[in-house]
Design a protein around this ligand. Structure first.
Ligand code: PA5
Length: 488
């Protein structure tokens, strides 16, 4: 079977000039890369360490087959009974599923029954507080034919909680008191308000609020192969193929020599470009409409994992390694990710990529063989008889050539085909690359303290019980100043 490959020729100095990396520079960095690999590998091989540091996701490709079978059975049952599934969740509890849906189901899946092959339509909600979308969806769906899957690791997220409460009220009105039989929750097995709700409801009716666990040590943005499995099962995707692809990539990445480990190499090149060549921006540009949402997922993965204020300190708690913020080392690090897609965004962001500041690295994702292709009719035009896949490939090569001519570093990840196996491999490639990048930057890539402030502000203003006095005082003591003079 062909492998996913990584072409980084255009990141090197012989193509990108002084903006590229010299072979010697790469060689000199090899000990750092080997150290990052060694440290992560020592954590990955021990379950206790993985869980303590939120790296349990790395074991998901090897998860127990019997639980997958149970999920598949439940997924089939839901698919057989309902015309619609509404998936509620945000951030890591949304983006991976959306990425899977767009990559692995046929385009226009929701629009045409023939494409769905008896599976339900899938809608995504709870990923915003915008009242228009949910109102419109509920006004147009039949509650009797709709199943709700709510996903929240913490079980506390405002967007998801609000959408769930509205969905419950809507279902109750439409189907009566047994409405909770049409809800499945994916959440922490023990803690959180959502878990409490499930326990209380299922004690009265075992079919109400069925649930699946979001495993300990698996953070949201790394959880697609855990929280996303029900979505794959409901839509008839071969879960085992996705896991096999991810496991294959895990095996490839089990190498301390970066020239044999593409995820490690991707992290090294990214960090060198970021720290030594002045490239803080990272543009991910799949040349595939179906992979745009995968780029959106990666934006979250990279931004939340590596955009950090403090360096990390390693401490030991009960004999286990833990990472804490080193408040005396403010580093404000992390590349800024941007999602784009070819060829659509060649008529948009590409002008800036080519002629704007030389402060970015473009990563292309290319699909070698499409499931379906189209050939243009024969005629006198230069396009006569060409396949769309050929035009797309030439456009990608042209974009890489144009960037390289201007000494703009770029690289390409090449998928032999877009299917469950290679998508699983791609997902795991990015997850491993992000973990390595966190190591190289000396940060904790598995928390997201920066997103807490707005939540605390909301909780305080909305009077959620349990907000600490210190948080309340901080919010009240530091109001945003507003003068009429600066509001026109
Ligand atoms: O990656 C993460 O951990 C976050 O993006 C979360 O997924 C997001 O905040 C949603 O959290 P939860 O799943 O607890 O509702």
């Amino acid at each position: 079977m062909k492998k996913l490959s990584f072409d980084f020729n255009n990141m090197m100095d012989y193509n990108a000039g002084r903006h590229g990396i010299k072979a010697k520079e790469l060689q000199a960095f090899a000990p750092n890369a080997a150290l990052a690999f060694k440290h992560l590998a020592s954590i990955l091989k021990d379950r206790k360490k993985r869980v303590a540091l939120s790296l349990e996701w790395a074991n998901l490709p090897f998860q127990d087959k019997s639980s997958i079978e149970a999920i598949q059975k439940l997924g089939k049952e839901i698919a057989g009974k309902y015309e619609n599934v509404v998936s509620l969740g945000i951030g890591g509890s949304y983006l991976g599923i959306k990425a899977a849906q767009d990559a692995l189901l046929p385009p226009y899946y929701n629009d045409f029954p023939a494409l769905r092959k008896g599976c339900p339509r899938i809608f995504f909600e709870g990923n915003n507080l915008d009242p228009e979308t949910l109102s419109s969806l509920f006004a147009n769906l039949n509650p009797k034919k709709t199943f709700i899957v709510v996903i929240s690791k913490s079980g506390e997220t405002t967007e998801t909680k609000a959408a769930l409460e509205l969905a419950e009220a809507w279902l109750k009105k439409g189907v009566g008191p047994k409405f909770a039989r049409q809800i499945l929750a994916v959440t922490d097995p023990r803690s959180g308000t959502l878990r409490k709700k499930i326990s209380a409801a299922s004690a009265k009716d075992p079919l109400a609020y069925r649930s699946l666990p979001l495993l300990e040590g698996v953070g949201g943005r790394f959880s697609e192969l855990n929280m996303g499995l029900m979505h794959l099962a409901v839509t008839g995707v071969k879960i085992n193929e996705v896991l096999k692809g991810a496991a294959g990539m895990a095996k490839i990445c089990d190498h301390g020599d970066m020239l044999k480990n593409p995820a490690l190499l991707y992290a090294v090149l990214s960090v060198l470009e970021f720290q030594r060549k002045g490239k803080p921006l990272s543009i991910l540009m799949p040349f595939s409409e179906q992979l745009k949402s995968t780029a959106d997922w990666y934006i979250q993965l990279l931004a939340e994992s590596t955009g950090k204020k403090y360096a990390r300190s390693v401490v030991s708690v009960d004999g286990l390694e833990r990472w804490v913020e080193n408040k005396s080392r403010v580093i404000n690090t992390g590349r800024t990710p941007i999602a784009a897609r070819g060829t659509n965004d060649l008529h948009s962001i590409q002008q800036n990529n080519i002629e704007g500041r030389n402060d970015k690295v473009v990563t292309f994702i290319r699909v070698e063989k499409f499931r379906r292709d189209l050939q243009l009719p024969n005629g006198s035009d230069f396009l006569s008889g060409r396949k769309l896949s050929e035009l797309l490939k030439t456009a990608q090569e042209g974009t890489a050539w144009a960037l390289t001519r201007e000494k703009r570093p770029n690289c390409a990840i090449i998928l032999p085909a877009l299917n469950a196996y290679y998508w699983g491999a791609l997902l795991f490639f990015f997850e491993m690359a992000t973990a390595y990048e966190g190591e190289l930057l000396g940060i904790n890539a598995f928390n997201q303290p920066g997103v807490e402030s707005y939540k605390n502000y909301m909780f305080h203003k909305l009077k959620k019980p349990g907000i600490s006095k210190a948080v309340a005082e901080e919010i009240e003591g530091n109001p945003v100043r507003k003068t009429r003079r600066y509001t026109l």
